[in-house]
Design a protein around this ligand. Structure first.
Ligand code: ADP
Length: 481
C-alpha cells in the first residue's frame, strides 16, 4: 500500500505553493489591468465631456458678447434686450455686469440681484480682460461657468457670466463608472474561479506525475501516465513514459544479465567444490589426485576468463568512449594472429592475413585488437582440424571492410540474429567445452558500435562463418592506390 512520505508531503506543499503563486500572479495582473481601467476610462471620458462642455459654453458666451458689439456703454435695458436677442440660448444662468461689476441683467434672479455687486471669480477675471471657462463635477451634475469681457473701442464696458448645469452628462459618466466597476468585480470573480480551477487541474496533473516519479524511484518501472492533450505537461508525461519504458527494459536486461552471470559463475565453482571434496574424502592415488587438481586449475582458468569478460562488459557499459585516434589495421591484426598462433597450432588451424599496409580506421587501437582477437579466436575454437581462418581487410573511398572467415561448423540461419546477445551460445556443449560463456560476440558488437562501425554475419564461401565489419574510412588517409 502506498504511504505518503515526508517528501511526498513536501511535494504536495510545493505544488500547492506553485498553484497559489500562479493564482496570485493571475489575480495581480488582472487586478492591475482592471484598476487601470477603472481609473483611466472615467478620467478620459470626463476629460472628453469637459472639453465638449467648455467648447459649448465658450461659443455661447461669445455669441452673447457679440450681441453687444454695437454698444459703447451698457445699461439694464440694453443688457436685457441684447441677451434676449440671442436665439436658442439655453443656459442655467446668464449674468451681465457693467465695468464696475454691478449686475445689469440676471436670467434667474430678476429684480433680486440687479444693481448688486457681483464678485464671482469668473466675472472679476473677465473684467480684467480675460476669457475664463471653469468646468467641474459637483455631486451629480457638471457645472460649466464662463466669464467673458464686453469690449467697446478697446475699453471694457462690462462682462458676461454664463452658468450651465448638466445632469444628463454627469449621470452618464457616473453610470459608466458604476458599470465599469461592476464589470471589473464580475471579471475579477471569474478570474479567481478560473485561476483556482486551472491551477487545481494543473497541480493534479503534476501530482500524478510526481507520484509516478516516486513510484519509479521506489523501483516500480511499470508505472505509466495517461496521455491526454498536447501541452507541456502532456509532453512531460510522454517523456516520462519513454524513460520508464527504457528503465524497465534496462532493468530486465540487468536482471537477465545478473542471473546468467551467476549461473555461469556457479557451474565452475560447483565443479571446483566437487573436485576438492572428492580429493578430501577419497583415499585416491597420487595420479588421480594430480588429475583432479589439474581439473580444478582448468575450472579456475574458466572463472578467470569469465570474470575478465564480465569486467570488459561492465567497462563498455560504464566508461565513456575513449578518444578516437588514427589506427593502422595491419600492426593490430599481426599482433592478434601472433597471440593466437599457439592455439591455432594446437587445433591444427591455419591463420591467413590479407591486409594492405595503408588501411586505417578512426577508432581505438585496444578496441580493434579485442574485436579481431575475439572473432579470430572463435574462428579457431569453432573450426575443425585442417581448416583455416582468414582475416581480410579492404578499403575503398568511404569505408574500410574487415572480414573474418573460417571453415568451421557455421551458424544456423535461425541462430544468427541472436549470437550478439549476452550469454547466447549456439552449441552449448561445444561452447562450454571450448571455454566460452556466450559473451565474446556481445563484447565485439558493443565495441564495434563504440567505434562507429557495423557488424554482420553470413555463411562463409566454402561453409563455415564469415563476420563482416565496416568502418568509415578516414578521408585522404590510408587509401589503396
Ligand atoms: P563464446 O564465448 O561462447 O564463444 P561468443 O559470444 O563468442 O561466446 O559466441 C556466441 C556463440 O556463437 C558461441 O557459443 C558459438 O556457438 C557461436 N559462434 C561464435 N563464433 C562462431 C564461429 N566462428 N563459428 C561457429 N559458431 C560460432
Amino acid at each position: 500500500m502506498a504511504t505518503i512520505s515526508r517528501s511526498d508531503r513536501w511535494a504536495g506543499l510545493l505544488l500547492r505553493g506553485s498553484q497559489l503563486r500562479y493564482a496570485a500572479a493571475y489575480l495581480l495582473i488582472t487586478s492591475g489591468v482592471l484598476l487601470f481601467l477603472n481609473i483611466y476610462a472615467p478620467i478620459t471620458i470626463r476629460n472628453l465631456t469637459y472639453s465638449a462642455q467648455a467648447k459649448a459654453i465658450e461659443d455661447k458666451a461669445k455669441l452673447i458678447v457679440s450681441a453687444f458689439s454695437n454698444y459703447e456703454r451698457l445699461d439694464k435695458e440694453i443688457a436685457a434686450a441684447s441677451v434676449q436677442s440671442v436665439n436658442g440660448l439655453r443656459a442655467t444662468r446668464v449674468l451681465i455686469v457693467d465695468a464696475s461689476s454691478h449686475c445689469l441683467y440676471d436670467s434667474v434672479g430678476v429684480g433680486g440681484t440687479e444693481g448688486k455687486l457681483i464678485l464671482f471669480p469668473e466675472v472679476t477675471e473677465a473684467l480684467r480682460g480675460n476669457d475664463v471657462i471653469h468646468i467641474h463635477y459637483d455631486v451629480n451634475q457638471i457645472l460649466s461657468k464662463a466669464g467673458m469681457p464686453i469690449v467697446s473701442y478697446n475699453r471694457i464696458i462690462g462682462a458676461v457670466y454664463l452658468l450651465e448645469q448638466n445632469q444628463d452628462q454627469a449621470a452618464l459618466i457616473s453610470s459608466l463608472q458604476r458599470n465599469i466597476l461592476w464589470i471589473s468585480i464580475g471579471l475579477e470573480f471569474l478570474v479567481i474561479i478560473f485561476s483556482i480551477l486551472f491551477s487545481a487541474l494543473f497541480s493534479r496533473r503534476m501530482s500524478k506525475l510526481f507520484l509516478s516519479v516516486r513510484k519509479m524511484h521506489d523501483g516500480d518501472y511499470s508505472v505509466r501516465l495517461p496521455q491526454r492533450g498536447h501541452d507541456e505537461v502532456a509532453r512531460l508525461g510522454l517523456a516520462f513514459n519513454e524513460l520508464a519504458k527504457r528503465l524497465n527494459q534496462s532493468e530486465e536486461v540487468r536482471k537477465q544479465f545478473v542471473s546468467n552471470a551467476s549461473h555461469e559463475l556457479k557451474t565452475p565453482l560447483a565443479s571446483i567444490k566437487l573436485l576438492a571434496d572428492s580429493i578430501l574424502q577419497n583415499d585416491m592415488d597420487a595420479v588421480t589426485t594430480r588429475e583432479f587438481v589439474s581439473d580444478i586449475g582448468n575450472e579456475a582458468d574458466r572463472l578467470t576468463r569469465l570474470s575478465a569478460k564480465l569486467l570488459e562488459l561492465t567497462r563498455l557499459d560504464t566508461q565513456p568512449v575513449e578518444k578516437h585516434e588514427f589506427v593502422h589495421i595491419l600492426p593490430v591484426a599481426d599482433r592478434v594472429l601472433r597471440m593466437l598462433t599457439p592455439l591455432a597450432r594446437k587445433q591444427n588451424i591455419q591463420l591467413k592475413l590479407d591486409c594492405p599496409a595503408e588501411c586505417a580506421i578512426e577508432g581505438t587501437a585496444d578496441d580493434l585488437y579485442q574485436i579481431l582477437f575475439n572473432l579470430v579466436e572463435n574462428g579457431i575454437k569453432y573450426n575443425q582440424a585442417g581448416g583455416w581462418v582468414l582475416l581480410q581487410v579492404q578499403q575503398n573511398e568511404d569505408t574500410v571492410q574487415i572480414g573474418v572467415e573460417d571453415t568451421g561448423m557455421g551458424i544456423p540461419d535461425h541462430e544468427k540474429p541472436h549470437i550478439f546477445e549476452r550469454f547466447y551460445r549456439v552449441d552449448k556443449a561445444r561452447s562450454r567445452k571450448a571455454g566460452g560463456a556466450g559473451l565474446g560476440l556481445s563484447i565485439v558488437h558493443d565495441m564495434v558500435l563504440r567505434n562507429n562501425g557495423i557488424i554482420s554475419v553470413e555463411d562463409g564461401k566454402i561453409g563455415g562463418t564469415r563476420f563482416n565489419l565496416s568502418f568509415s574510412a578516414i578521408p585522404g588517409k590510408g587509401k589503396n592506390v
